[in-house]
Design a protein around this ligand. Structure first.
Ligand SMILES: [Zn+2]
Length: 283
């Protein structure tokens, strides 16, 4: 089955991962801007990173027939530096005409601090002024529940925000309903240790259904699995879910969300049809 991994940091993965993903049926990915493992010192550092996300990585992915999209922002960890963050937010529009950019992300909270909240809202303001989609990172572990509520409150307080154009990522059992009930899209992150395992993600799907929800690997330089989405496909098959349900989760839903982006260029009709046909043949 062809699938999409809507959240993976390929800058931190080796080329062999692209190869294995392509062999496993990966048709497209999107790569949100994130923390580099160290705090960057200047706006120019981010300019180079955005160049990588919008020019370099799409070419690397194309070598394996994988479509590459990206999201731009300064992440929550570095948002503690308000001055630098404001410089980056001002620079982002330089890249908003690049064809592979889907929107602003992954913005959010890390430790739920005041500075993080300020910079989060300034990113949202930019997204509203430029009519961009938004991808949101929710905090890990013990900060997740409170951080998710804070994020949703801030979004609801901004009357310009249409929840259907916002995706809340890294949802788990205790946050998924809050995101869905408020009209947002959401995504489960499949990690070998923290976050959701493929089994937990399958349980969540059985609880909440397949509307406005997707799954990703969030593969990065930490312990993570770039083939986590195919692992979820196997788990759902093992439980007897129909191929149409699995395909909605791992292919149609991310595509439906991406299609709302300003710069979306529809994939050639024959290509989408061919993927469907290929999937059918494998059922
Ligand atoms: Zn990420």
């Amino acid at each position: 089955m062809n699938y999409i991994d809507p959240h993976i940091h390929m800058i931190s993965r080796v080329t062999d991962d692209y190869h294995r993903m392509a062999l496993s049926g990966c048709a497209a990915i999107s790569e949100p801007a994130f923390w580099a493992g160290f705090d960057r010192g200047s706006v120019d550092g981010f300019r180079d990173y955005f160049h990588h996300l919008t020019e370099v990585e799409p070419k690397r992915a194309a070598l394996f027939g994988i479509r590459h999209y990206s999201w731009l922002c300064i992440n929550a960890k570095e948002a503690e530096n308000v001055e630098l963050s404001r410089g980056v937010i001002q620079m982002i529009p330089e890249f908003l005409n690049k064809p592979n950019v889907l929107g602003i992300g992954e913005i959010g909270l890390n430790k739920n601090t005041k500075n993080e909240a300020i910079i989060f809202q300034e990113h949202v303001d930019l997204a509203m002024k430029t009519n961009e989609l938004i991808l949101i990172h929710t905090p890990h572990l013990e900060d997740k529940y409170k951080g998710t509520r804070m994020i949703i409150d801030m979004l609801k307080n901004d009357k310009r925000v249409n929840p259907e154009r916002v995706l809340i990522d890294h949802v788990e059992e205790h946050t998924v309903r809050h995101a869905l009930d408020n009209g947002f899209w959401c995504a489960m992150t499949l990690y070998p240790t923290t976050k959701c395992t493929p089994q937990r993600a399958a349980d969540i799907i059985e609880m909440v259904g397949t509307e406005r929800i997707m799954a990703n690997s969030a593969g990065d330089w930490g312990k993570s699995d770039p083939l986590a989405v195919p692992e979820l496909i196997l788990e759902l098959r093992r439980r007897g879910h129909p191929e149409s349900v699995i395909r909605k989760l791992v292919f149609e839903n991310p595509l439906s969300f991406w299609r709302m982006s300003n710069r979306w260029q529809e994939w050639p009709v024959e290509e989408v049809a061919a993927k469907k046909k290929k999937d059918k043949a494998r059922v």
